[in-house]
Design a protein around this ligand. Structure first.
Ligand code: PLP
Length: 389
């Protein structure tokens, strides 16, 4: 094995999904809260665009960094929502949002460079920084404050080696949202020091108390702001694998070079589907958000009724991140992994243990699943915790 492969670990989200899947194939009725993807189907207009593309034989290679039309669609959508102005040479289409994040770290991070990552973090950040030879510098957020991040918290961790500050707002797994003014303050701090501000806008459309914001909307911010976007969650298109990056031309060029020797272009058919998603009617987005809100408003009070469980109210995305410290203590469980393992085996509910996100007393519950499943799952968790001794 190459040494670098030991720098990364198997995604724990994938592991729980695999364990749950194994049980299901054995005939066990599992309630699965582990998947981080919308339960909605891709909207019809998007599906039809892909079917049209197939029938019209749009089945050849496109340019490695995406077709001109797809890049323009990503640029236009970002402009319509945030007033940004990007040229096609400042845009890349990738195989999902994860891919553009991977490309950014590969293109920018040298051995020993520091990347600041707020905790709790999406599991992949740590591994892609490590794989690039960088050093993760973690910043704790305050659970009592809804895991909200401030510019001051980040500033304290900046050193001469800081290369990138990576922000995900709203966040996976806790739904924490950085206030627009704090984001702006952070931009001024990082840009003055020549540090890149990488904004993962994966869940930016799923906000319950505020409207979507992009730090890239700050005039003159282009040289240090790196946007990572994806159609996966916004348009219920996780399987289609289309993401995009908006960044300075030289960085896009470097990522294009990398992509041309690895994946080549993202699937041509999926690009056509993404063009329709980005250019077409947007009404499916608020409809999905309204449903996520309904589910959030059901699940959070329900979790809080369970003895030994506390839960902050997520301000965005579609995850609850309950603190199960009390329940763990009651059951003599040392880690969230142990909690999740027992919950899966004894109550047949799949959740993701907090170790994956850098915390010691939480599990992640995805509520991108039907109300019926939420009710069944919450009942099971309640009974499981009550029976712990
Ligand atoms: C925070 C965050 N960023 C990026 C992604 C990447 O999504 P995709 O690669 O499906 O576009 C995910 C997916 O779960 C995510 O949770």
């Amino acid at each position: 094995m190459a040494d670098r492969i030991s720098l990364i670990s198997v995604s724990s989200t994938m592991k729980v999904m695999a364990d749950a899947d194994k049980l299901r194939r054995e005939g066990v009725d599992v309630v699965d809260f582990s998947a981080g993807e919308p339960d909605f189907p891709t909207p019809d207009n998007i599906k039809h665009a892909a079917i049209r593309a197939i029938n019209e034989n749009y089945s050849k290679y496109t340019p490695a960094g995406g077709s001109a039309e797809c890049k323009q669609a990503a640029i236009d959508r970002h402009k319509a929502e945030f007033g940004t102005e990007y040229k096609p040479s400042e845009c890349i289409i990738t195989v999902g949002g994860k891919h553009v994040l991977f490309n950014y770290t590969q293109a920018l991070v040298n051995a020993g460079d520091e990347v600041i990552i707020p905790v709790p973090y999406w599991v992949t950040y740590k591994d892609i920084v490590n794989y690039a030879g960088g050093k993760c510098v973690f910043v704790d957020t305050d659970e009592q404050e809804g895991f909200r991040l401030t510019a001051d918290m980040i500033e304290k961790k900046i050193t001469p080696k800081t290369k990138i500050v990576l922000i995900n707002s709203p966040s996976n797994p806790a739904g924490g949202v950085m206030e627009d003014a704090e984001f702006e303050k952070l931009y001024h701090i990082t840009s003055k020091k020549g540090i890149f501000l990488l904004t993962d806008e994966c869940y930016s459309h799923f906000l319950y108390d505020s409207t979507p914001y992009s730090v890239a909307s700050i005039k003159g911010s282009k040289s240090t702001v790196l946007v990572a976007g994806t159609v996966s969650k916004t348009y219920a298109m996780t399987g289609w694998r289309i993401g995009y990056g908006l960044a300075p031309e030289a960085i896009i060029g470097a990522m294009m070079k990398l992509q041309s020797h690895s994946t080549s272009n993202p699937t041509s058919i999926s690009q056509k589907a993404a063009i329709e998603a980005l250019n077409g009617p947007q009404d499916s987005v608020p409809q999905m958000l309204a449903e996520y809100r309904r589910r959030r408003d059901f699940i959070i009070p329900r979790l809080r009724q369970i003895p030994g469980v506390e839960c902050s109210n997520p301000a965005g995305a579609f995850y609850a991140y309950p603190n199960v410290r009390g329940a763990m203590t009651k059951g003599g469980l040392q880690t969230p992994l142990e909690f999740a393992d027992r919950l899966l085996k004894e109550a047949n509910v799949a959740v993701v243990p907090g170790e994956a996100f850098g915390t010691d007393h939480h599990v992640r519950i995805s509520y991108a699943t039907s109300m019926k499943e939420l009710e069944r799952g919450l009942d099971r968790i309640h009974k499981f915790v009550e029976a712990l001794a």
